[in-house]
Design a protein around this ligand. Structure first.
Ligand SMILES: C[S@@+](CC[C@H](N)C(=O)[O-])C[C@H]1O[C@@H](n2cnc3c(N)ncnc32)[C@H](O)[C@@H]1O
Length: 262
């Protein structure tokens, strides 16, 4: 479900894919388990206590198969609001974005499935996965035979979740921060799973995808029809009907498209 309608101020009342910027306070991700700021490319907040964050992710999630994406297991949470509240409590009550990293989002699920079914898309190539979350599509690219895979994320919990999930699936995935102002770090394939839910993110991502395509990269997005999907700039190449996490979406099964630039 994208928009909850519980009581004002409760975490359950917050829409999950409302503008992400509205979740990020000025002094973000400082608390008991987080502290340092490491610069990489643009700006990235990374945890000082990586072990503590990884333990937090492992303790709140279970290693489970991803529905309709055979062969991949991820540390997944059963209930988004519980993990969201636990994360904010861990950070001393600071308001943070939803725990995107604890779920396989429909766009990422479809993209992962597509890569596993069309391994030739990424086999032997370098791959960049934008807004990687759990690392699902990055892991699928690695399993499909990519030469090297980099996941871009700015959430420190996601950074650790990607590491745990990559290890659980016995693949190597490098993690970098926000690279949206570049042209894709030289990667031959750029993946974008479920990142069209916030205007600024969508505008910046589209800019990167255009610049990457201009230098010859293959661009693939997976999306369920989020608010800022630039439909006029993309064309579908495949579609999947997938089971999705019940408390994230309005239906248990959704049609998800794989798209590339026109
Ligand atoms: C809805 S989740 C999708 C996760 C994953 N691709 C999937 O489909 O399961 C979007 C992710 O984008 C990340 N994100 C948002 N802005 C970003 C940015 N500027 N650079 C890198 N990642 C970003 C968020 O932290 C979040 O994990």
């Amino acid at each position: 479900m994208i928009a909850g309608d519980g009581g004002a101020g409760t975490i359950a009342s917050r829409p999950l894919l409302r503008p992400l910027s509205s979740w990020i306070p000025a002094r973000r991700f400082r608390g008991p388990i987080l502290g340092g700021v490491q610069r990489h490319g643009r700006t990235q907040s990374l945890p000082d206590d990586a072990t503590g964050v990884a333990a937090f992710v492992r303790d709140r999630c279970r290693l489970l198969p991803v529905p309709d994406v055979p062969g991949i297991r991820l540390y997944l949470a059963a209930d988004v609001y519980t993990v969201w509240e636990q994360t904010e409590r861990e950070l001393g009550g600071r308001e943070v974005p939803p725990p995107f990293w604890a779920f396989a989002w429909p766009g990422g699920q479809a993209l992962a499935r597509y890569l596993l079914e069309h391994a030739e898309t990424v086999a032997g190539r370098t791959v960049l996965d934008l807004g990687s979350g759990s690392g699902l599509t990055a892991i699928a690219a690695a399993l499909a035979g990519a030469a090297a895979v980099t996941a871009s994320e700015l959430d420190p919990f996601a950074v650790r979740a990607i590491g745990l999930n990559a290890a659980a699936n016995e693949v190597a995935v490098e993690v970098t921060g926000d690279v949206l102002d570049g042209d894709g770090e030289g990667a031959e394939v750029i993946l974008a799973g479920d990142i069209w839910y916030e205007r600024r993110l969508a505008d910046r991502a589209l800019g990167l995808l255009r610049r990457a395509a201009e230098r010859g990269a293959l661009v693939l997005a997976g999306d369920v029809g989020r608010a800022f999907l630039p439909r006029d700039q993309l064309r579908p190449v495949a579609s999947y009907r997938l089971r999705v996490a019940a408390d994230l979406e309005d239906k248990p099964v959704k049609d998800v498209q794989i798209l590339t630039l026109r």
